[in-house]
Design a protein around this ligand. Structure first.
Ligand SMILES: Cc1cc2nc3c(=O)[nH]c(=O)nc-3n(C[C@H](O)[C@H](O)[C@H](O)COP(=O)(O)OP(=O)(O)OC[C@H]3O[C@@H](n4cnc5c(N)ncnc54)[C@H](O)[C@@H]3O)c2cc1C
Length: 201
């Protein structure tokens, strides 16, 4: 029997715990199910949190630690591989109070979000790779690769770019594909990362 007012959130990266905190604020108890057996603390390089992302965190009172871990990035300059400046563009419109995009380590964002989720009583279960979902009379049943199951009134997919949830809802959905472009970014912390740019067709 599914408990009314419960949600299953699939994916314990960035969006999953944030969705669980937002659901909790709306009176819905959410549990996060993450495929990896361990936390991703310390993993990843830099990313930029745009003003709309900061605004979303602010809505659930979770923006403070993320902003504190980053530095303002109002503009982004693109350079060629020889270092020649190609152009500068604003990194999103600032919020009403002037807050701009912030660049921070993915690991610091992850730690800030997960710490807050934990403090609010959100449970993240590791080693739970979703493989299938069934709709029931009272909600939804999730099946995981370790043989376990969980039920809830609703299921939220926060399982990243190769989302299993998306594929289960719409088997015909286009899969992400690599465009062949790559980017590198240098930050004041002198950290460089390379990433393949991924696009959906
Ligand atoms: C370990 C890691 C490091 C990253 N580092 C960087 C970085 O340095 N710079 C950058 O720009 N972006 C990085 N990214 C991507 C970036 O975090 C996301 O693109 C962005 O933050 C969106 O977050 P998200 O929560 O939607 O997806 P993600 O952060 O990708 O999180 C999705 C989560 O869902 C889990 N998951 C996937 N499939 C299943 C399943 N079937 N069942 C249960 N759980 C599942 C994944 O293990 C992952 O933890 C990283 C992602 C990961 C997972």
């Amino acid at each position: 029997m599914t408990q009314p007012g419960t949600a299953l959130v699939i994916g314990g990266g960035i969006a999953g715990p944030v969705a669980a905190m937002a659901l909790q604020k709306a009176g819905i108890q959410a549990t996060v199910y993450e495929a990896h057996p361990r936390s991703a603390e310390g993993i990843g390089v830099f990313l930029t949190l745009a003003p709309n992302g900061i605004d979303a965190l602010r809505t659930i009172d979770a923006d403070g630690p993320a902003l504190a871990a980053g530095f303002p990035t109002p503009r982004i300059t693109l350079r060629s591989t020889t270092g020649k400046p190609l152009g500068t563009a604003p990194a999103g419109l600032p919020l009403a109070d002037g807050t701009t995009s912030h660049t921070l380590k993915r690991a610091d964002l992850y730690a800030a979000i997960h710490q807050q989720a934990r403090a609010r009583g959100v449970v993240v279960q590791h080693g739970k790779r979703l493989i299938d979902v069934q709709q029931t009379d009272t909600g939804v049943r999730a099946r995981f690769a370790d043989g376990s199951q969980a039920t809830g009134a609703v299921l939220v997919g926060a399982d990243g770019i190769r989302s299993r949830v998306r594929g289960l809802i719409d088997p015909g959905a286009p899969a992400p594909a690599t465009s062949g472009w790559s980017t590198s970014a240098a930050t004041p912390a002198a950290c460089t990362w390379m990433a393949s740019r991924v696009t959906t067709p």
